[in-house]
Design a binder for this molecule. Sequence first.
Ligand code: GLU
Length: 298
Amino acid sequence: MSKPSYRGRFAPSPTGPLHFGSLVAAVASYADARHQHGEWLVRIEDVDQTRTRSGAEDRILQAIEAFGMSIDGTLVRQSERTALYDQALDTLRSNSLAYPCDCSRKTIAAIAHVGREGPIYPGTCRLRPPTNAIDVAWRVALDESTVQFTDRIIGDLQQHLASDVGDFVVRRIDRFTAYQLAVVVDDFEQGITDVVRGADLLWSTPRQIWLQRQLGYPTPNYAHVPLVYAANGQKLSKSDAAHPVDEDNPLPTLLAAWQHLGQTRPTARLRNGNDFWTWAIENWRLTSVPVDRKHIDD
Ligand code: GLU
């Protein structure tokens, strides 16, 4: 079987039931994949098992089905892929692209400037390796390159990782693989060509592209859709159980997600989720999705 020209994915973390914000990301990635006659995979991002809630995976999968989205391929769980992450970390280590670090959060908070994505690690352990090699995190050794990419919704972006983010963690001190490395390995292993996800991850993209380059992986296309904000201006999050979606009556919620994504209102009379998708897949326009300015501007 030849590789499809488009393979997208939805990658929820099982930290709670699906809420309206994650439904918007699912609807966008599904519509974009199906509009381009592509495949749509689901990956359960349970790499951080300290945040996994029991039953959340089942509830998310039920919601995906109730909202009429059909999954291709085999479901992947990050918790079952540790060996792949270990291999990638070994590659980084053997190319001197990762180093051990035993700095505590407290130490880092005391010495680091805070950037857009948190404290910018000043490279302390890169210069002076820890003596105890057991309780360590692993950080990448960044170079001076600027990562440039074109988001399909937002346009051209760039980031100088060393000054804006600093040497970031790829394996945590508690031995869990960090999200940035796991997602890069998974997107590669699953042959993902197109990532459509929430704009809160926009500034993870340069780190992911940098890792792809070091590991010899191709870079997928990226599109970051506007987040849904609660009345207090915070993003909705699964872990605070905010705004679970009504699976018994999917159509109004699908239409609300569609509207949030800047899409035209259906003119045809839609009776249910299936009618919605028949119409929506045809009429999806990525160019109409609004830009989430909150995540671009400083
Ligand atoms: N697991 C992440 C989340 O639930 C999404 C990661 C991604 O799409 O790259 O927010």
